[in-house]
Design a protein around this ligand. Structure first.
Ligand SMILES: C[S@@+](CC[C@H](N)C(=O)[O-])C[C@H]1O[C@@H](n2cnc3c(N)ncnc32)[C@H](O)[C@@H]1O
Length: 352
């Protein structure tokens, strides 16, 4: 699959996720009354979070999003304040567009967003579990053959697009790549095409790996130079990354993985992944990152709201990731690479 034959597909995902900005904005103004809460003056994020009755995750989805929309901003003391734009969504300022925005306040997406923000999810959780997440003994869509197939194939286009780019940015190596929660496996297949002596393990749930094996067959039969030889260098390992022993590896790739999980689980995963690295091994994270100031970019705050809606996670900043990697005993690199579709790569190294 040639890399340069199509443009960066980011406009497609940006437009698809733009509805989350609308839901957050209208829910914040009309259901949470978050703009009125700031109308008396700036508040520290923790004070505002307490005043609105929000847990950490919804606050960290909503506050960066409203900053990215230029409705709120941080002042020099790190407090949140209304911008000259955001003031016009309070009742005390004329003209105000509060009631005009209120025309949409009963939209089902807005109402559900408000419920999710106030409860850190829906009050009654779905019996089928959370998309892309397998945790504990509860049911997971990733263990149901039909939904696992549909969810995995839904990610196949994104992975096909990004994997060739990621493969050129990851280290050249003759050793082993662990593609943890690897889904379709495309990131491994493309990396093995570039690293002709290397091997890879795709680790995921059994029902997901059945789909990955079919896609590997297709990949090997694509006629691309070297593709047929990839098959014998890939191993599929079914398991639970939260509890099972992970294979030792030189490079560990966590692609679109941490963003499915809450902060404490991310910290736990960082420790587990660090332990799976051989001396001088590298942990690479491919994801969409909030900026370190937690006020954008808009494409990522929209994505964060989508992740908040469908998974147990949200988008995180590079600073948050590097903090977990450091706590896990790794040395984070200050390097950061862009790939496409608003994703990028950061990495950290294990000592000798
Ligand atoms: C958002 S997908 C990312 C897939 C792939 N890395 C990509 O970028 O296309 C998350 C993956 O994590 C897997 N996963 C979730 N919980 C898991 C667990 N406890 N153990 C192993 N894999 C898990 C899911 O089955 C799913 O394939």
């Amino acid at each position: 699959m040639p890399i340069a034959n199509y443009p960066d597909l980011a406009p497609i995902t940006r437009h698809a996720r733009a509805m989350y900005s609308s839901r957050l904005l209208i829910a914040a103004v009309h259901h949470l009354r978050a703009f009125e809460a700031l109308s008396e003056g700036p508040l520290a994020p923790s004070e505002l979070q307490a005043e609105l009755g929000l847990k950490e995750r919804p606050a960290m989805v909503l506050f960066p999003a409203l900053c990215a929309m230029d409705m709120w901003a941080y002042d020099t003391d790190g407090k949140l304040q209304l911008t000259s734009l955001g003031r016009h969504l309070t009742q005390g300022v004329r003209p105000t567009l509060t009631d005009y925005l209120g025309l949409e306040k009963n939209d089902s997406g807005v109402v559900e967003m408000a419920e999710r923000l106030l409860n850190d999810g829906l009050r009654r959780s779905g019996a089928g579990g959370t998309a892309y997440v397998k945790e504990g003994d509860g049911p997971s869509p990733m263990d149901d053959p039909t939904t696992a197939r549909a969810l995995t194939l839904a990610l196949a286009g994104r992975a096909e697009c990004l994997a060739p780019i990621v493969a050129t940015k990851l280290p050249k190596h003759n050793g082993h790549l662990l593609d943890i929660a690897g889904g379709t496996g495309y990131f491994s297949y493309e990396w093995l095409l570039v690293n002709t002596q290397a091997t890879a393990t795709v680790f995921d749930r059994p029902a997901v790996l059945e789909v990955a094996a079919e896609l590997l067959n297709e990949f090997c039969q694509s006629g691309r130079p070297g593709a047929a030889g990839v098959r014998e260098r890939v191993r599929f390992q079914p398991g639970d990354m939260l509890t099972d022993t992970l294979p030792q590896t030189d490079i560990l790739l966590a692609a679109s993985l941490f963003h499915d999980w809450p902060t404490d689980t991310c910290q736990r995963l960082a420790r587990r992944f660090a332990a799976a690295l051989r001396p001088e091994g590298e942990l690479w994270i491919h994801d969409a990152f909030l900026n370190d100031e937690l006020d954008g970019p808009l494409a990522v705050t929209d994505y964060s709201a989508q992740l908040f809606w469908v998974t147990k996670g949200r988008a995180y900043s590079r600073r948050e990731y590097r903090g977990w990697l450091h706590e896990a005993g790794l040395t984070p690199s200050s390097e950061s690479f862009e790939t496409q579709m608003d994703y990028g790569l950061i990495w950290a190294k294990k000592d000798k």
